[in-house]
Write a protein that binds this ligand. Sequence first.
Ligand SMILES: C[S@@+](CC[C@H](N)C(=O)[O-])C[C@H]1O[C@@H](n2cnc3c(N)ncnc32)[C@H](O)[C@@H]1O
Length: 236
Amino acid sequence: MQNSSLNKDPKNIQSMFASIADSYDKANKVMTFGLDKKWRKQVVKYSKAQKQDKILDCATGTGDLAFCFENTIGANTTGIDFCQEMINIAKQKAVKQNSNTEFKTADMTQLPFKDNQFNVCSVAYGIRNTNNIKLALKEMARVTKPDGYLVILETGVSSTFIIKQSLSFYTKHIMPLLGGFISGKKTAYQYLNQSSQNFPGGKNFVKLLKDTGHFKNIEFKSLCLGASFLYRAQIK
Ligand SMILES: C[S@@+](CC[C@H](N)C(=O)[O-])C[C@H]1O[C@@H](n2cnc3c(N)ncnc32)[C@H](O)[C@@H]1O
């Protein structure tokens, strides 16, 4: 069910991420007990990306998934995000790591790329933040070559009652406290919890992907007992 208090206006989302950009990596690491690194490697593996491929990581934030594609398989990678402050940090990290990954400020509902440019397009914990998921999916399908892959990592709600209750308690009460303590912006982490609870995960998201008409061979698997889901779809 959609929560009417969730304000997904792009300007609101941009300024919320701008306000937590400096502490984003630290909060992520603490709140996921360092598991975020492992999940990113699973995204790269699941994407079927090869060394010679061109990868686009949308809603890249501070760039860690883009760096993971580059460091794991040596692929030519570009990361985009519409929050300038997040991209600034990704660019600083690229310089420090001597990375070849390119970062651009751009909106995933209006990608500044020609059709069929990439072999793989990814988005981790970003798709639920857009107010126009269908347009973002259309754009990602447009810039990815036919038979290329879209791979999406997103929060989920476990189907096992006890796990669902435990995860819900953690994301509702503990994450805003931890995130708020680290960033000083508790409301941003309350939003992140609410947007997770309202995202149509698992089979519902597969249906949404199918209904767009852009994808074939859609598969998904749950990570960490259903705390997140990893989706893969091939471009028609
Ligand atoms: C929770 S962060 C995830 C960042 C990164 N992918 C990761 O896994 O750490 C969500 C990101 O999505 C970005 N975002 C949300 N809507 C976007 C849009 N329409 N276009 C580009 N970036 C967007 C935000 O600016 C933010 O950096």
